[in-house]
Design a protein around this ligand. Structure first.
Ligand SMILES: C[S@@+](CC[C@H](N)C(=O)[O-])C[C@H]1O[C@@H](n2cnc3c(N)ncnc32)[C@H](O)[C@@H]1O
Length: 279
């Protein structure tokens, strides 16, 4: 079996093994608007949800209000609804909000614009979205106007850099039909074909210190997962939280790198924080 074949075999084997609540949740079809290819995307939610529940305790949720930012298909908030919370589902993409089957509130919020509501939620869930936005500081500032408690989860860049690289709206390199203008990349809402973070965990933490928040970071192996995105015949992604700088960039160049990506498959280095405003 050739190398890619072995991966696909492993993916298929694991896909069948993934149990998601009462069935297989979290898989959905996604059409690449440039190539028209259909991909299967898997958004792993359970480990992150379990971590939130472990931190707060199951009883905490009953009667609480939660704003879930960048919800996509609403797969995370529904776990908290089951525990008695009232969840407001937010995303910039109205078509995603429309696809969520719920009577709960849905809010179309674009993190690249100023947004504000004259109210606060008991908790904000901010998962998998910070690395898509233009300016991480503006994004966090707006969110903290609306809560004193947040669980923040995001991909981060493992390579130390002095400051985040703020992104500009960009055009895809992929052309449409011959002679047609380059298409604006619309894989994610904000127009960036960017699946990697342009900032480090230290940038987030320095900002939290600056605005006076307390936080705990969970670098726990029980958050790690084997699959984030599965694009048949192309790529899969593994999300890792339990990494250290030494694992990924060892001081001794002879030391093997832990969690190395084997192209075209790759590893997303991620972080998970519980953040609070001190009372
Ligand atoms: C990787 S998905 C994360 C889904 C879910 N929160 C999770 O962690 O599994 C990223 C989500 O962020 C949303 N998003 C990207 N850019 C955004 C922006 N500028 N404003 C609001 N949402 C945005 C996308 O529409 C998508 O639903």
């Amino acid at each position: 079996m050739h190398c890619q074949g072995i991966y696909l075999y492993a993916i298929n084997k694991y896909m069948k093994m993934i149990k998601y609540g009462e069935g297989l949740e979290g898989f959905f079809k996604w059409k690449n608007p440039i190539t028209d290819d259909e991909h299967t995307m898997y958004l792993p939610t359970e480990a992150r949800v379990n971590k939130v529940i472990q931190c707060k305790g199951e009883d905490w949720f009953d009667g609480k209000t939660i704003l879930e930012l960048g919800t996509a298909h609403g797969l995370i908030g529904r776990h908290f609804e089951k525990l008695g919370a009232t969840v407001s589902y937010a995303d910039a993409r109205q078509e995603l909000l429309d696809s969520i089957e719920t009577d709960s509130e849905k809010l179309c919020i674009n993190h690249n614009d100023e947004w504000s509501f004259n109210r606060k939620w008991d908790l904000i869930i901010h998962f998998g979205t910070l690395y898509h936005v233009k300016n991480i500081y503006d994004d966090l500032r707006r969110a903290f106007n609306h809560t004193d408690e947040m669980f923040l989860e995001t991909a981060v860049n493992s390579l130390p850099m002095p400051a985040p690289l703020f992104r500009q709206e960009s055009m895809s390199n992929v052309h449409g039909a011959p002679g047609e203008q380059k298409k604006k990349n619309c894989r994610v809402f904000n127009g960036f074909d960017q699946w990697e973070a342009a900032f480090n965990d230290t940038h987030v933490e320095e900002y939290l210190d600056e605005i006076g928040k307390t936080y705990t970071r969970y670098d726990d192996a029980d958050l790690d997962n084997d699959f984030g995105i599965i694009i048949p015949n192309e790529v899969y992604r593994r999300d890792v939280y339990s990494w250290t700088l030494e694992d990924v960039h060892p001081k001794n160049p002879m030391k093997p790198v832990k969690f190395a990506s084997i192209p075209p498959n790759y590893v997303h280095f991620r972080r998970f924080w519980h953040i609070q405003t001190p009372k």
